[in-house]
Ligand binder design. Structure first.
Ligand code: ATP
Ligand code: MG
Length: 132
């Protein structure tokens, strides 16, 4: 999971982490960093070429982000349910994006969408000791 620049800027780190821990996730590693353009482009490489890609990268480098490695049974699906739909206006009440998100771009958090992408993203964001 990544807490995006809007989440950090709006002082939502504590609230996001509280929801994640309350939902049964264990925090395995956590790291704050201001992404370089290269790293932001790598993280969102699957979206390269889409019309929102440039704006997404600009936003992701607009301030620091907090990355978390989380552990839980069924973690990917459960975290994405906790986070809610991409567009906060369409996300269910009680999800992180519904409750804190401002727009489809400023939607507070990123959650990996598959074990393969989680492992790819961890390699980009975290030190080697966290990669299998
Ligand atoms: P994330 O990958 O950040 O967890 P997601 O999986 O719900 O979000 P994706 O389709 O992977 O959604 O899009 C990645 C991110 O790109 C979104 O979280 C959002 O910030 C941005 N994004 C997606 N669609 C749009 C759009 N139409 N306009 C602007 N930004 C968008
Ligand atoms: Mg995604």
């Amino acid at each position: 999971m990544l807490i995006k620049p809007d989440g950090v800027e709006r002082r939502l780190i504590g609230k996001v982490i509280e929801r994640v821990e309350d939902a049964g996730f264990r925090i395995v590693a956590m790291h704050m960093e201001h992404l370089t353009r290269k790293k932001a482009e790598e993280l969102y490489a699957p979206h390269r070429g889409k019309d929102f890609f440039e704006g997404l990268v600009e936003f992701m480098i607009s301030g620091p982000v907090v990355g978390l490695i989380l552990e839980k049974e069924n973690a990917i699906e459960d975290l994405r349910r906790l986070v809610g739909k991409t567009d906060p206006a369409r996300a269910d009440v009680g999800t992180i994006r519904h409750d804190f998100g401002m727009s489809i771009r400023k939607n507070v958090v990123h959650a990996s969408d598959s074990p393969e992408n989680a492992s790819r993203e961890i390699k980009i964001f975290f030190e080697e000791k966290w990669t299998e």
